[in-house]
Design a protein around this ligand. Structure first.
Ligand code: BGC
Length: 735
């Protein structure tokens, strides 16, 4: 069982440094810190990200989440030899640098505690065992705790320990902290810093506790205060040190440095063991509703816990003004920007297992309606058009240009202009949350305004052409094909959106007449506007091939070059990388689930089984899975279509994205959408959880043949519902 809750690294794998650094991120919904080492290591990307702290550095195209000062540093010397991880092969060559003779690291997913055991031989020959442990408290999100146990295994070494806060951090070279001040008193060190453009202030304080005297010295070259202790450790004796840190920002409180200093006093009075106990208790509550148990497939079991862990450590608990970026809080990828990844991939597991956190994420969008209205207005439309990439301001923050390519040229990025389906994706998230949670107050006060004002946008955005309604210059989920006309995904989802807007208006009229009146007036939902919505629902162009009985991804798609994607197996790169960007965009190679995504979202409301199967047979063999968002959606849809083997294969593919780094970019952060997608593939796909015609939760399972059972819990209208789904195939085999 231990394996099923523990991510282990044994022995040290320097070649997987950045991969493991991402996987071993810890967090508590307020901040997250990558699994970098206390003593540092060349090539690390030491990162702590605090939700909501964005800054737009000079010379950069867009704002990004800022790397906060590093609270981890604890440097130990053993008889004068600095403790550090040295490649096992190098160690014999350079004994004067000491040698790492034992290493095991473990991230406990159940408790979010990261532990590292090491054995180190100093140049003097003394051997010490050093065990590091850290956690970001879930019981009090402003507290970070570290423990170091040192045992003299051989010899009686002189030990020196230095701990500090490193404020010399950047975002891969980009400087965001302007005014940095360091302070210290008799026991603690503090850093206050302000972001250059956005003016957010952070306060961080640390204390080092030891059985031996700790003094504070100034490290003038680095402009920091260092807490230092030293002692002799008799052979076989051991000692334990603690470092507590606290973080606040100006988003929380007026004087974050003072608040951090005060919280620190509280932390060390409480003590490590009590803090750890409170933290673990909170995690128990998390898992009580968010754990899924799979009998019969340990890899799938572990993968599910791993993805849910990563969603839980970045989901805001007490803050409804922030959201989750595409790479969670675990790396610099996509600069901490929020995409459709949140509402369609990451949100559903929270809606169903942690509804309060889902509500927080949706409130982030509500509070950014003004950004969405600004975007619509700037583009000449009415209503609210959400940005493709969003940060703290809610304005469009998609960069217009990509990073320079090898030849120095940059590719124009059109998603901020044309990937407009995001407004409907957010509406999907709002309504899914409402149907499952029954949170009518949320809907009346906030959610309805999102659904209706984005509907106003679509009503105004569509083009009345050729006796039907069309949408030109779109990008559907398949981003290889840009600025196309009539993406079937977008057009069909717009029809769905307007239908939902109507149903919602009817509900409001009957159940919340005052809110109905308010919204009709505020959003100018006059008769003409509503009549146009009906007309659009009836006359929107849904590209469909009557003869082949398939949806057409967009008109002209099948006139492009056909590339036999399955023949490119086994490949380690995307087909796009193999045949090049310029050729790919002129072929039928699809980046990710597009028509298949539509099938996932609308299920049999899209079409009967024959058409769905035809769609699958058409689009699956053309799909590159060039985005990590793709495999889990395919697993989900294949499971619903009862394509057992493919569903299992796609599920495995999705499960490996981060754990095996099969896209080679996990160093940039966890793939948040793939994580949420995996949970959906399991619960909505394999188990077939849905709301039946009476609005009651029901399952319709098609589990992979070798699974015995799946158990999970979801919240339905404030109550917990537990499901266990047994696999009939396995039961028959075992009978
Ligand atoms: C995908 C998008 C996704 C974005 C952020 C892109 O590669 O095509 O669908 O929103 O990554 O994860």
């Amino acid at each position: 069982m231990r394996r099923l809750w523990n991510l282990e690294e044994f022995p040290f794998h320097p070649e997987k440094l950045s991969h493991n650094e991402t996987l071993m991120t810890i967090g508590n919904g307020y901040l997250a810190t990558r699994g970098s080492f206390e003593e540092g290591f060349t090539g690390e990307s030491v990162t702590t990200m605090v939700h909501g702290i964005y800054d737009h550095a000079d010379g950069m195209l867009v704002p990004e989440l800022v790397n906060a000062p590093n609270w981890l540093p604890i440097k130990i010397t053993v008889d004068g030899t600095p403790f550090k991880l040295i490649n096992q092969n190098e160690m014999n060559l350079t004994p004067k640098n000491g040698a790492l003779i034992g290493y095991r690291r473990n991230l406990n997913l159940k408790t979010a505690v990261l532990t590292r055991e090491t054995l180190f031989r100093a140049e003097s020959g003394a051997i010490v065992r050093i065990v590091f442990e850290r956690f970001a408290s879930l019981a009090d999100e402003h507290i970070l705790a570290q423990r170091v146990q040192i045992v003299a295994v051989d010899g009686s070494p002189e030990i020196e320990v230095e701990a500090y806060i490193d404020h010399s951090v950047t975002n891969m070279g980009a400087q965001h902290w302007g005014k940095i001040e360091t302070k210290h008193d008799q026991n603690t060190v503090s850093v206050g810093a302000t972001t250059i453009q956005s003016g957010y202030r952070i306060g961080m304080s640390s204390v080092l506790l030891s059985d031996h005297k700790v003094e504070i010295l100034m490290d003038t070259p680095h402009k920091r205060a260092v807490m230092r202790t030293h002692f002799t450790l008799p052979r076989e004796a051991s000692t334990t040190l603690y470092k507590f840190s606290s973080v606040y920002t100006s988003r929380d409180i007026g004087d974050p440095v003072l608040a951090a200093q005060r919280k620190l006093q509280e932390a060390y009075k409480t003590g490590y063991d009590a803090l750890l106990q409170a933290h673990c208790k909170e995690w128990e509550l998390y898992w009580d509703s968010s754990d899924v148990q799979i009998e019969g497939d340990e890899s799938a079991q572990f993968a599910l816990r791993f993805v849910m862990y990563h969603i839980l450590i970045c989901a805001p608990r007490h803050d409804d003004d922030v959201s989750i970026g595409a790479k969670t809080l675990s790396g610099f990828g996509y600069k901490g920007h929020v995409f459709w990844d949140t509402e369609l991939f990451i949100l559903p597991p929270l809606t169903l297992t942690q509804p309060q956190m889902a509500r927080n994420l949706l409130m982030y969008r509500y509070k950014r309606l003004s950004g969405a209205r600004n975007k619509a207005k700037a583009s000449g439309y009415q209503g609210a058009m959400y940005p493709w990439e969003s940060t703290d301001t809610g304005e469009e923050t998609t960069p217009s240009w990509g990073d320079p390519q090898q030849d120095g040229t940059r590719i124009r990025i059109w998603t901020g202009d044309s990937e407009q389906h995001i407004s409907t994706d957010i509406t999907y998230g709002v309504l899914q949350y409402w149907h499952w949670s029954g949170d009518d107050n949320f809907l009346k006060q906030y959610g309805a305004e999102i659904v209706l004002d984005t509907a106003v946008f679509w009503g105004n955005r569509v083009e009345d052409k050729n006796s039907r309604y069309e949408l030109s210059q779109q990008i559907g989920p398949d981003e290889y094909h840009e600025n196309i006309d009539n993406s079937v995904f977008t057009n069909r989802m717009v029809v769905w959106h307007l239908e939902q807007a109507f149903a919602l208006l009817g509900w409001l009229k009957n159940n919340a007449p005052a809110d109905y009146q308010r919204l009709v007036k505020q959003l100018d939902l006059n008769d003409d506007r509503l009549a146009k919505w009906i007309d659009i629902i009836q006359k929107m162009y849904i590209p469909f091939d009557e003869q082949k009985q398939i949806h057409i991804q967009f008109p002209g798609f099948f006139e492009m070059e056909y590339v036999p994607v399955p023949h490119y197996e086994p490949r380690t790169a995307s087909v796009q990388a193999i045949i090049g960007h310029h050729r790919t965009i002129q072929t039928q190679v699809i980046k990710q689930a597009d028509v298949v995504m539509l099938m996932a979202l609308l299920g049999d409301k899209l079409a009967g089984r024959d058409v769905l199967i035809n769609n699958w047979n058409t689009y699956f063999p053309r799909t590159d899975h060039g985005s990590s968002l793709s495999p889990a959606i395919h697993a989900w849809v294949a499971a619903r279509l009862q394509l057992g083997d493919i569903a299992a294969e796609m599920f495995e593919h999705a499960a490996e994205i981060d754990l095996n780094d099969n896209k080679g970019n996990v160093r940039d952060g966890i793939h948040g959408a793939a994580s949420g997608g995996l949970w959906q593939a399991l619960v909505l796909g394999f188990c077939g959880l849905h709301l039946d015609d009476n609005g009651q939760p029901a399952v319709d399972p098609h589990l992979p043949a070798h699974w015995k059972s799946v158990s999970f819990t979801v919240y339905y209208r404030g109550e917990k519902r537990h499901f266990t789904v047994n696999n009939p195939v396995v039961e028959t085999l075992n009978a």
